[in-house]
Design a protein around this ligand. Structure first.
Ligand SMILES: Cc1cc2nc3c(=O)[nH]c(=O)nc-3n(C[C@H](O)[C@H](O)[C@H](O)COP(=O)(O)O)c2cc1C
Length: 202
């Protein structure tokens, strides 16, 4: 009998802690990208910590960029004062983002991606900076979803107002404002084009 209890105790000590319920398991990549949607209504009761934001941005930093220039920057409005100040410059998006606890403004440094020794490498020039910023946004919104958060990328915003409020230098191009929080309603599934309009095989 003693041996039996010893066996049970050993199982409990070494085997059970390694078992995780499906709740604790990290979501698969498919679960992450399929459940990510643009969210336009956020739960006002939930917040996001600085430590969680640091984890999120560590992931976004893994995005590839032209010659590893990493031209993207994020200005993160956490305090109510800054959140309100940024929201002032969101126009029609203001209501959509109002209960998201975090608003982030993404920018890229001009003259980096797409350039070599100060000269533009091809016809796209600084458009490569926008490209790289979109890539880091993509990493950001997918990692956010993997952490259980939701996002809305907003291209409709007043960049001059944001530049002033956040003190963004002139050598940075302001791209999107991204709302980060927790969904308060289930989003609609967008319609995607047929695959043969998206890809072409040769
Ligand atoms: C660059 C960019 C700008 C966008 N700007 C806005 C915006 O200003 N307001 C908004 O409600 N949604 C905006 N969206 C969200 C798109 O409408 C959304 O991604 C699209 O309808 C597909 O839906 P899904 O994100 O749920 O898959 C933007 C998305 C991107 C990538």
């Amino acid at each position: 009998m003693k041996r039996f209890f010893l066996f049970i105790a050993l199982v409990a000590l070494f085997v059970l802690p390694g078992c995780s319920t499906s709740e604790n398991e990290a979501p698969s990549f498919d679960e992450v990208y399929l459940s990510r949607r643009s969210i336009r209504t956020y739960d006002p009761a939930k917040t996001i910590s600085k430590a969680e934001l640091q984890e999120l941005f560590k992931a976004a930093q893994n995005a590839p960029s032209w010659a590893n220039f990493q031209p993207s920057k994020y200005y993160i409005a956490l305090s109510k004062e800054m959140h309100d100040a940024v929201a002032e410059h969101l126009g029609a998006n203001r209501d959509r983002a109002k209960n998201a606890p975090v608003l982030m403004v993404s920018t890229f440094e001009k003259g980096k991606s797409g350039f070599f020794q100060g000269q533009q490498t091809n016809e796209l020039a600084d458009e490569w900076g926008a490209h790289d910023n979109g890539l880091s946004d993509a990493y950001l919104i997918l990692k956010a979803r993997a952490m259980g958060f939701d996002t809305l990328i907003m291209g409709m915003r007043d960049s001059d107002g944001l530049r002033q409020v956040l003190g963004i230098p002139e050598n940075e191009t302001i791209m999107a404002v991204i709302a980060l929080g927790y969904r308060a309603e289930e989003p609609r599934e967008p319609v995607h084009k047929p695959l043969d309009e998206f890809i072409k095989f040769f």
